[in-house]
Design a protein around this ligand. Sequence first.
Ligand code: NAP
Length: 256
Amino acid sequence: MTNSTGPARNEVVLITGAGRGIGAATALLAGRRGYRVCVNYRTDEAAAAGVVAAIRDEGGTAVAVRADVTRTAEVERLFATVDAELGQLTALVNNAGTLEQQCRLDEIDEDRLNRIWASNITSAFLCSGRAVRRMSTRHGGAGGAIVNVSSAASRLGSPNEYVDYAAAKGAVDSMTRGLALEVAAEGIRVNAVRPGLIHTDIHALGGEPGRVDRVAPDLPMRRGGQPEEVAESILFLLSPASSYMTGALLDIAGGR
Ligand code: NAP
């Protein structure tokens, strides 16, 4: 553990889906705070390489590792690479997640449901399991912290847009509570952030790239959030500054 204000020493963080958006902002901030950073990505190698280069330019340590975190074999390889290239894992951010075209629930088919469950739920379960095996004192580890990136959608339900995505994030909230209690006495803290409307590319996947600007006038703070504002809270939950927090669901939604 580090002190609560100084840079992290010997801390290794794996951030899933860190080539862009909230994951990329979190990787950059973690590098700045002294973490050795694994930037996981699925398809966009150039974007991930850009994040790694930015961390290294500031004197930090980072590697990019391609892996689809919905697949067990790829998750195993991802964690083995972290072990070999960065050392003992101390932190995991389950950030990878997707949504699909806005629609009503009565238009959602089985294939889409399976994709949404996999990208938002299965990924967090598979990665958390490997992290616990490395960090838990029960397995000879030295402890650590996990942060799940849930969503305000889990409490709002996202009607007429993506109830499936909202429900998947509800599962992430439940997993956060359950896993936090499971490993609380084993040196691992598990918390979640629940961002509101954040300026990233994810809204284009729903068919509305300008969604944040459309909704912004109706938000309490009259604006959407920036990925960097979410990253600050993720780093807080990873750090000793939140040493007595576990099982918490932290809303970062501008009052929404
Ligand atoms: P984004 O810009 O679309 O980035 C998502 C990242 O996740 C992409 O880099 C994507 O990589 C990666 N990813 C998706 N599936 C993956 C997989 N199976 N394996 C590895 N990487 C995968 O989205 P974002 O807005 O930054 O979202 C990050 C997280 O925040 C998500 O969990 C999202 O649900 C959550 N969130 C976002 C908002 C918001 O308003 N932006 C609000 C609440 C919660 P590829 O490019 O290869 O697909």
